[in-house]
Design a protein around this ligand. Structure first.
Ligand SMILES: *[C@@H]1O[C@H](CO)[C@@H](O)[C@H](O)[C@H]1NC(C)=O
Ligand SMILES: *[C@@H]1O[C@H](CO)[C@@H](O)[C@H](O)[C@H]1NC(C)=O
Ligand SMILES: *[C@@H]1O[C@H](CO)[C@@H](O)[C@H](O)[C@H]1NC(C)=O
Ligand SMILES: *[C@@H]1O[C@H](CO)[C@@H](O)[C@H](O)[C@H]1NC(C)=O
Ligand SMILES: *[C@@H]1O[C@H](CO)[C@@H](O)[C@H](O)[C@H]1NC(C)=O
Ligand SMILES: *[C@@H]1O[C@H](CO)[C@@H](O)[C@H](O)[C@H]1NC(C)=O
Ligand SMILES: *[C@@H]1O[C@H](CO)[C@@H](O)[C@H](O)[C@H]1NC(C)=O
Ligand SMILES: *[C@@H]1O[C@H](CO)[C@@H](O)[C@H](O)[C@H]1NC(C)=O
Ligand SMILES: *[C@@H]1O[C@H](CO)[C@@H](O)[C@H](O)[C@H]1NC(C)=O
Ligand SMILES: *[C@@H]1O[C@H](CO)[C@@H](O)[C@H](O)[C@H]1NC(C)=O
Ligand SMILES: *[C@@H]1O[C@H](CO)[C@@H](O)[C@H](O)[C@H]1NC(C)=O
Ligand SMILES: *[C@@H]1O[C@H](CO)[C@@H](O)[C@H](O)[C@H]1NC(C)=O
Length: 671
């Protein structure tokens, strides 16, 4: 009788909150106050009165004259409506917002349209009291808020806060209610994982507050002498939340961006309803001929065709099913999915490869002809289609798609592989070796030869600069989006330390720690020289989004490859846990699907490797246990095999198959 409560206690603790909550960047409440004064004008010295940690209430911010300003820092990128209480009874007050410190100004915000800066949010004060931004003047992402006196008299403010709006469908005090976690002995990797999780939360918005693309303002172009009159009030999906590309802009559904964001969401918040709402909005725009849109409502009014984004919309449904296992959703989408797959397959010509005739992609140039990226993604999608068609008992379709996939593989390698470079060329008229196509050639499984995979990984690494991995197919650009796929290439090549080095250098040292960044969310793109200039946007530097879901690739990669947790069957009905060690000593990773919780916790000191895994009851899986150091024989100790001598395979692992779900521990001792 005395033992029972304790057993219950442990059982309850195991299914409740995830560990390492101190790393979660989601705020504990939706009411946020600034944590520091970044700049004060001239003699102004009362800015600290409105800080979050203000310990003596009754202090006011006083802006003595016209154009007196104070710039506040929230310490991380946030989103929401500005609120303030003033003790003044007349005057005017302006607010400007910016994600990067580069665009701090009392006169304009950073940009959500083109190169022109966004206008300040202005309030005319008519009496003392509380003022709040109108709903359409929500700002989707900013770290810095500048307050400026636009009246002629002294202005006094005794409270200032932002009502946080991301993740609108989650409880106000439970925004950190994650289902996943990641911890290692490397603090940079830990911070990157949680910043990716938070970025994906910041791009999850109220679908009635979408779109920073259309600006009916004082002129027909939306611009005026005072800057863009921005506002957010376009409904982009059904439901109460949706995933978008970026928090400041575009605030639109883009399937390409989702191909990185959705795996990140799955292993952190498991917020699949926001994914479903986004996917549904794309499928509601499908053409009668099967083509899916480049982007969601209202952007696709332009009717742009994008071969790759069409495929990403198909992959989106595959990912949704892969993580959530919702069979009825797949059944409901199957007719549209099949029509979409056939539209893409119809672009395959006599060579066996698709000839891409639409230029729209992730804003790289030269996306045409027998392009390697497009064909690798097509190869991947056809194989996904084979699995889905089998699941639908449509074996004739599965066989046909399998043949088309085999045809792509047989044609692409002889036509586009450059053995002397160790990389594919973009198409048969060039020697340019793209980052996207080479990463996708590996990710898709088009390249099966292990030494070719290693060659690609090596050659891509050979091009790294100080600020990360370049994408020469987009001029002078570093793309956190495509670099997310490149990371998977290094992991697939089992070049784990290379992958970890890229995360540390690019995502931690630059994308988090550079002073122009938000120290919390990931930027969409920048130049190879580390300027916050993104070649595809020309001179529109202020427009770059610093919270873009497509930049969160490391989050799912760390869970999948370093934690090693791979779902094989939908929602993990079958799974594999295959940790990649690199130069790490401790890792603890996990997440939940609809079937329950998956976790992998490991330790090594070079002579021992200890692994503890937990998977839901009723599932089955495979474990690939790495040997400590470079040993090839060792002693394996686990529950049913006390101390047996085992030999590693060629890649230094020992495999146990058909393992039943539940808790297991393995210790491999090399002596
Ligand atoms: C409030 O926070 C700021 C910035 O972190 C710090 O400089 C200041 O000392 C803090 N003040 C108090 C009273 O804790
Ligand atoms: C702040 O303003 C309120 C209202 O005008 C006033 O009562 C209070 O004395 C002011 N506090 C300071 C420190 O000036
Ligand atoms: C207000 O201050 C800003 C920043 O110091 C300055 O550039 C601007 O010219 C000032 N505006 C006016 C109207 O004085
Ligand atoms: C401070 O405000 C004055 C006018 O009120 C303006 O002329 C000056 O440029 C501002 N200084 C800074 C550093 O913003
Ligand atoms: C504030 O008042 C000015 C002058 O009356 C007016 O031109 C402006 O439109 C008002 N702005 C707002 C945001 O109400
Ligand atoms: C500011 O106004 C709000 C709404 O009226 C009120 O709840 C809050 O207490 C006020 N803040 C201060 C510091 O008085
Ligand atoms: C946290 O998420 C779980 C599902 O993952 C849900 O059941 C629970 O209600 C959430 N808690 C809060 C406080 O929102
Ligand atoms: C969005 O807000 C603008 C500015 O307030 C307004 O003109 C427009 O009608 C609104 N659109 C919708 C769909 O509410
Ligand atoms: C909402 O759902 C309806 C019915 O499926 C569909 O016609 C409409 O296009 C959807 N709206 C959006 C914004 O996705
Ligand atoms: C082939 O690739 C090169 C390099 O990316 C590009 O300049 C060219 O436009 C591409 N061809 C087509 C038809 O897109
Ligand atoms: C692709 O199709 C276009 C349009 O039909 C054609 O002009 C082009 O030559 C084709 N490209 C290749 C590489 O076959
Ligand atoms: C990397 O390791 C995995 C698991 O051990 C193996 O399946 C895969 O073939 C390896 N990749 C290469 C390129 O050797």
């Amino acid at each position: 009788m005395r033992v029972l409560p304790q057993i219950l206690f442990f059982a309850a603790a195991a299914s409740a909150a995830v560990p390492y909550q101190q790393y979660i960047l989601a705020p504990p409440s939706r009411t946020l106050r600034p944590i520091a004064v970044r700049l004060e004008n001239g003699t102004l010295s009362t800015g600290a009165a409105l800080l979050d940690n203000q310990t003596s209430p009754g202090q006011n911010l006083t802006l003595p004259t016209f154009n007196s300003t104070v710039t506040y820092d929230f310490g991380k990128n946030i989103a929401g409506w500005v609120n303030f209480n003033t003790t003044s009874s007349d005057g005017a007050i302006g607010f400007t917002f910016t994600e990067s410190s580069l665009w701090i100004s009392s006169e304009a915000c950073d940009a959500s349209g083109g190169s022109e800066l966004d206008a300040p949010l202005v309030f005319n004060i008519t009496s003392a009291g509380h003022y709040a931004a109108p709903t359409e003047k929500e700002r989707g992402a900013f770290r810095y808020l500048t307050v400026v006196n636009l009246g002629s008299d002294q202005l006094s403010i005794d409270d200032l806060w932002v009502h946080f709006t991301a993740m609108p469908h989650w409880e106000d005090d439970a925004l950190g209610n994650y289902t996943g976690w990641f911890h290692s002995n490397d603090e940079k990797l830990n911070r990157v994982w949680y910043a990716g999780a938070y970025t994906d939360q910041l791009v999850t918005i109220d679908p009635t507050r979408g779109n920073a693309v259309i600006y009916p303002a004082s002129t027909s172009s939306g611009s005026s002498a005072d800057g863009f009159n921005w506002y957010l009030n376009t409904t982009i999906t059904n439901g109460t939340s949706t995933v978008t590309d970026g928090a400041k802009r575009d605030r639109l559904v883009w399937s390409g961006d989702m191909s990185i964001a959705v795996p990140g969401i799955a292993v952190t918040t498991f917020d699949l309803i926001s994914v479903q709402n986004a996917l549904d909005s794309l499928y509601s725009l499908q053409n009668p001929d099967g083509m899916l849109p480049y982007a969601g409502i209202p952007f696709n009014d332009a009717g742009t065709v994008s071969f790759t984004y069409h495929l990403y919309a198909l992959i989106g449904v595959g990912n949704f099913f892969h993580y959530g296992g919702d069979r009825s959703y797949l059944d409901g989408k199957w007719a549209q999915w099949k029509a979409g797959m056939e539209w893409a397959a119809a672009q395959i010509d006599g060579t066996g490869l698709a000839n891409v005739t639409s230029s729209a992609d992730w804003l790289r140039f030269g996306m045409g002809g027998h392009n390697i990226e497009a064909n690798s993604i097509l190869f991947y999608t056809l194989n996904l289609g084979v699995a889905l068609a089998q699941n639908q008992n449509d074996s004739a379709t599965a066989d046909r798609w399998a043949q088309l996939a085999a045809g792509i593989q047989a044609a692409a390698i002889p036509l586009l592989w450059q053995p002397d470079v160790g990389l594919f060329r973009d198409n048969e008229t060039t020697t340019l070796a793209p980052q996207d196509g080479n990463s996708w050639a590996v990710k898709s499984g088009l390249v099966t030869n292990a030494s070719q995979v290693v060659q690609i990984s090596n050659a891509l690494q050979g091009r790294w600069g100080q600020y990360g991995a370049p994408a020469p197919e987009a001029a002078d650009a570093v793309s956190p989006f495509i670099s997310g796929f490149e990371l998977e290439t290094h992991f697939a090549a089992n070049r784990t330390t290379a992958a970890l080095t890229l995360i540390r250098n690019m995502w931690a040292d630059f994308m988090l720690d550079d002073v122009r960044m938000t120290n919390s969310t990931f930027i969409e793109g920048y130049s190879t020289s580390g300027e916050l200039h993104y070649a595809p946007y020309g001179d529109e530097d202020a427009r770059i989004s610093l919270a873009h879901g497509w930049g969160t690739g490391p989050t799912s990669s760390l869970t999948t490859y370093v934690g090693g947790i791979q779902l094989v069957g939908a929602a993990g009905a079958t799974w594999a846990i295959v940790p990649q060690v690199g130069d790490l000593t401790h890792v603890d990773a996990g997440f939940s699907t609809t079937l329950g919780r998956f976790s992998s916790k490991w330790f090594t000191d070079g002579s021992v490797f200890r692994l503890e895994i937990s998977t839901p009851k009723g599932t089955t899986g495979t474990v690939g246990i790495p040997f400590p150091g470079n040993r090839t024989t060792a002693t394996l100790i686990c529950a049913d095999r006390p101390g047996v001598r085992v030999t590693a395979d060629d890649l230094g692992k020992y495999w146990i198959t058909d393992l039943a779900g539940g808790d297991h521990q393995f210790v491999v001792v090399g002596w």
